[in-house]
Design a protein around this ligand. Structure first.
Ligand code: MOS
Length: 762
C-alpha cells in the first residue's frame, strides 16, 4: 500500500505534533490534477455567450468612425458594442473620496478609462469595441471585421528620450517620498572609494498560466461575476461603483485563479467589459482574454533608469549612498513604483539621498508586478554594492556585513526581525562560497567560465484586516470561512493547517471556504499580506470557538471539563483535555444537544489601525534574504547559463515548507527571467507591443533553471500573527543582481542594462 504524503503528515500529526511548519500537500491538488477545479472561464450557464475585444491600433487620438456592419452580419453574432451604442458605466471614482475604501478602489482601478463610453484613445491596444457571439470563434472572427477610423494625435512613446524630462514623484500607493539624511553628494565627492553607475531596466509583462477571464451573469438587478482576480471584495466594491449597484447584490467568485503576480490585483477592462456586455445583451457573457489581449489591457512593470552611487572608506564602511530612479506611467491611471524604497533600510550610512521621478507616456500604465519597485530597485542597488566590493578588493559578503545596520538607517527604528548576516553566513557555508576565487575569470569548468555572485533580497511586510468564521459540527468536521484567494500558492492549505493546530483536530477534518465575496472579507492576495493577515483572523476565530465549546461543556454536570479554564487545557485529539480527562468537541456538542458551534471574527478596524500605527512607529518589518547564484558563461559566445542557486530567507514562521519554498522558488525563477531574457518591446513609432506572446516574450523554461536550493531561518517575527512574514515577493528581489554579479565575476564585465543578453557581453 502506498501512503500519500498527506496521510504520512496526518500520522505524524496525531498526538502533539503540529501541522504548522511541515511539508503538507496542497488541499486543492486533487481537484486541480483531476480537472475538477473550475476556473473563471469554465462555468457553464444556459444561454452563455462569448465576447471578443477589438483593440485600438493607434496610441493617441479619437475614433472618427466605427463600421460594425460586416461584423454584425456574421451568423452567430449577438451584438457589437461600441461607444455609440452602449449605455455607459459610471466613471472611475475620483476627486475627494469620502472613504478610504473609495481611495483604494480608485487607486486599484487599473486605468481610469470609461470603456465604450468615449471616443478617446489613450494607448495602442485600448479596448474600443466588444463583439458578443454564440461561440468564441465567431466572436473573434467578427472582431477582426470591425473597421475603425481615427483622427490621430501626436503621441509620446519613447521612454529613453523622455526620461531626462521626468518630474519628481508625488506620493503614490507604493510610497516614494524622497529621503535625505546628511549630505550624500558632498560625502560622495569626498569618499576615498566610490562607484557611480547608471542602470536601465525594460518593461515587463505578467504571463500567468491562466490569461484573465470573466464570466458575468445578470439576474434582474443581481450580478454574479466569476473572475480571475486577486481581490474579490475590492472588485465587488469597484463593480458596485461602476454599475451603480449595492454591494449586497453583487457576488464575485474566484475559487481558483491560475496565477496572478500582481496582474490580477487591479480591475481591468476584460472584467468590466464582460459585465457591461452581459448587461447590454441580457445574456451571460464569458470573456477570456487572449495572451495578446492581456498585454493590451493589463499594465505590466514600469521600465526604469536608475543611478546608484556609493562612497566608502578603505575599511568598506559606507559614507555615501545615493539612489535615484525614473519610472513610467500612462496618461490614465497607474501608480508610481517605489523603486528606491528598500534602499532606506539596507545599509548603515550617515549620508543617504533617495529620489524618484516619473514620466507620463501615451502607453498603458504600469501596475503591481511581483515586488513592484523593489525587484528592479534591488537590481541596481545590489549590483552597485558588488561593484564597490570589486573596487575595494573586498569580499561582497564581508562588505555587506561591515555595513549591516543595528537599527533602520533612516529614522533609527528597531527592526522587528533582521537576520541578514546570519542568512549570508548560513548560505556561504551551504553554497561553498569559500571555494570562490575572487579574480574575474579565474574559475573554469572545462571551457566554461564560472562566476559566483550574491545579492540581498528585501521586501517590506504589511498586514491588512481580515475576517473569518470557524464552525465545527457534531461529527467534528471544521469549516473555515474566509474570503481569501487561492491564486496557486496554497493559501487555503496554510489556513487549514493553522486551524487544525489551533483546534487540535486532524487536517483532513478541516475544509477552507474561500474565493467568494459572500464569505467574511479577507485582504487581496497581494503585497505578500494574505497569509499573515488571514492567520490573525483564523487564530482568533478558533480561540473564540474553543471558549464557546468549553462554555457548553461546563454547563453539563457530567463533563470532566466542568470548572476548568481554557488556559489550563490541552487542545488535542479533536477536543479539550485536562491531564488524561476531557471531551471531544463532538461529545461536547452532543452533550449540549447542539448540531454545531460557530465563532465569527469581524476585523476590529480601530484596533487594527491602532496596532498598525503603534507597530510602524516602533518597528521596521520586512522579509529578507541572501541570494547565491552560480553561472557558467561561454567564453566565445557569452551564452549565460545559471548553474546553481541557493536562497536563504528570513520570512518568519514557515507555515508549510512545501508551498513556501515553492513560492520562493517561483520568485527566483522570475528573477532569473528578469536577469537574462524578459523584456517587453515597444515600437517607438506607434506604441505597439511587438512581442505580446510566450513565443517572443521569453520567460524562463525548465531548461533555463537549475536546481534551486532554499533554506528558511524559520524564526518567528515577534510582532506578526503566528510570527509569519509574507513569502510571495521577497525572493524576486536581489535575484537579477545575483545573476549580474555572478556574470561580473565570470567575465569581469558589469552589465547595467537588463536583460543580460549576449550582445552586452561580447
Ligand atoms: Mo503582488 S505584485 O502585490 O500581487
Amino acid at each position: 500500500m502506498t501512503v500519500t504524503q498527506s496521510e504520512a503528515v496526518e500520522e505524524r500529526a496525531t498526538g502533539t505534533t503540529k501541522y504548522v511548519g511541515q511539508s503538507v500537500d496542497r488541499l486543492d491538488g486533487p481537484a486541480k490534477t483531476t480537472g475538477k477545479a473550475r476556473f473563471s472561464a469554465e462555468f457553464p450557464y444556459p444561454g452563455l455567450t462569448y465576447a471578443a475585444v477589438v483593440h485600438a491600433t493607434i496610441s493617441r487620438g479619437r475614433i472618427t468612425a466605427i463600421d460594425t456592419a460586416e461584423a454584425k452580419a456574421v451568423r452567430g453574432v449577438v451584438d457589437v458594442l461600441t461607444h455609440e451604442n452602449t449605455p455607459p458605466m459610471k466613471p472611475v471614482p475620483k476627486g475627494i473620496p469620502t472613504s478610504m475604501n473609495a481611495v483604494f478602489s480608485a487607486m486599484l482601478s487599473g486605468t481610469s478609462v470609461n470603456y465604450l463610453a468615449t471616443d478617446e484613445v489613450h494607448w495602442n491596444g485600448q479596448p474600443v469595441a466588444v463583439v458578443v457571439a454564440e461561440t468564441p470563434e465567431t466572436a473573434r472572427y467578427a472582431a477582426s471585421l470591425v473597421r475603425l477610423t481615427y483622427r490621430e494625435l501626436p503621441a509620446t512613446l519613447d521612454f529613453a528620450a523622455e526620461e531626462p524630462k521626468a518630474e519628481p514623484q508625488k506620493g503614490g500607493l507604493m510610497g516614494g517620498a524622497s529621503t535625505d539624511k546628511g549630505d550624500a553628494p558632498a560625502a560622495l565627492a569626498a569618499a576615498a572609494h566610490s562607484v557611480d553607475l547608471a542602470f536601465s531596466t525594460p518593461p515587463h509583462n505578467h504571463n500567468a498560466l491562466e490569461p484573465h477571464a470573466t464570466t458575468a451573469v445578470w439576474d434582474g438587478d443581481r450580478l454574479t461575476v466569476h473572475d480571475s482576480t486577486q481581490g474579490i471584495s475590492g472588485l465587488r466594491k469597484h463593480l458596485s461603483q461602476r454599475f451603480g449597484l449595492p454591494e449586497k447584490r453583487i457576488r464575485v467568485l474566484a475559487q481558483y485563479v491560475g496565477g496572478g503576480f500582481g496582474g490580477k490585483g487591479s480591475f481591468w477592462a476584460g472584467t468590466l467589459l464582460a459585465v457591461l456586455a452581459a448587461r447590454a445583451t441580457g445574456r451571460p457573457v464569458r470573456l477570456s482574454l487572449t495572451r495578446e489581449g492581456v498585454y493590451h489591457t493589463v499594465g505590466g512593470r514600469t521600465p526604469s533608469t536608475q543611478r546608484v552611487a556609493l562612497g566608502a572608506g578603505a575599511d568598506g564602511r559606507l559614507t555615501a549612498l545615493l539612489h535615484t530612479s525614473v519610472s513610467r506611467l500612462g496618461q490614465v491611471g497607474g501608480m508610481p513604483e517605489n523603486i528606491t524604497g528598500s534602499s532606506r533600510h539596507l545599509y548603515a550610512c550617515d549620508n543617504i539621498q533617495l529620489r524618484q521621478s516619473v514620466v507620463r507616456l501615451d502607453l498603458l500604465s504600469n501596475t503591481f508586478m511581483r515586488a513592484p519597485g523593489e525587484s528592479i530597485g534591488s537590481f541596481a542597488m545590489e549590483s552597485a554594492v558588488d561593484e564597490l566590493a570589486c573596487e575595494l578588493g573586498m569580499d561582497p559578503i564581508e562588505l555587506r556585513a561591515r555595513n549591516e545596520p543595528e537599527r533602520d538607517p533612516v529614522g533609527g527604528k528597531q527592526f522587528s526581525n533582521r537576520r541578514l548576516v546570519e542568512a549570508y553566513r548560513v548560505g556561504a557555508e551551504m553554497f561553498g562560497w569559500r571555494e570562490r576565487d575572487a579574480r574575474p575569470g579565474a574559475m573554469r569548468d572545462g571551457r566554461w567560465l564560472v562566476g559566483m555572485g550574491v545579492a540581498t533580497a528585501y521586501h517590506p511586510q504589511m498586514l491588512m484586516p481580515a475576517n473569518a468564521t470557524v464552525r465545527i459540527d457534531a461529527a467534528g468536521k471544521v469549516v473555515v470561512q474566509c474570503g481569501l484567494h487561492e491564486i496557486g500558492v496554497g493559501a487555503a492549505t496554510a489556513q487549514a493547517q493553522i486551524a487544525a493546530d489551533e483546534l487540535g483536530v486532524p487536517l483532513g477534518s478541516v475544509r477552507v471556504e474561500h474565493g467568494d465575496s459572500d464569505l467574511p472579507q479577507a485582504p487581496f492576495a497581494g503585497g505578500s499580506v494574505q497569509t499573515a493577515s488571514a492567520a490573525a483572523a483564523v487564530v482568533a476565530a478558533c480561540a473564540k470557538l474553543k471558549r464557546t465549546l468549553l462554555g457548553l461543556a461546563r454547563r453539563s454536570a457530567a463533563s470532566p471539563l466542568r470548572g476548568r479554564r481554557l488556559e489550563e487545557l490541552e487542545v488535542r485529539d479533536g477536543g479539550l483535555y485536562h491531564g488524561g480527562r476531557g471531551q471531544t468537541y463532538a461529545e461536547i456538542l452532543a452533550g449540549a444537544g447542539r448540531g454545531h458551534a460557530e465563532a465569527v471574527i469581524k476585523a476590529n478596524m480601530l484596533g487594527f489601525v491602532a496596532k498598525t500605527v503603534r507597530d510602524t512607529r516602533r518597528y521596521v518589518k520586512a522579509a529578507s534574504g541572501a541570494q547565491f547564484c552560480e553561472v557558467r558563461v561561454d567564453p566565445d559566445t557569452f551564452e549565460v547559463r545559471v548553474s546553481r542557486w541557493l536562497g536563504v530567507f528570513d520570512v518568519g514562521t514557515v507555515i508549510n515548507t512545501r508551498t513556501a519554498e515553492s513560492q520562493l522558488r517561483g520568485g527566483i525563477v522570475m528573477g532569473i527571467g528578469m536577469a537574462l531574457s524578459e523584456q517587453t518591446l515597444i515600437d517607438g513609432r506607434d506604441g505597439r507591443i511587438m512581442n505580446p506572446s510566450l513565443s517572443e516574450y521569453h520567460v524562463p523554461v525548465h531548461a533555463d533553471i537549475p536546481r534551486i536550493d532554499l533554506h528558511c531561518l524559520n524564526e518567528p517575527d515577534p510582532i506578526s500573527p503566528l510570527g509569519v512574514v509574507g513569502v510571495g515577493e521577497v525572493s524576486i528581489t536581489g535575484a537579477a543582481a545575483a545573476v549580474a554579479n555572478a556574470v561580473r565575476h565570470a567575465t569581469g564585465k558589469r552589465v547595467v542594462d537588463l536583460p543580460i543578453t549576449l550582445d552586452k557581453l561580447l
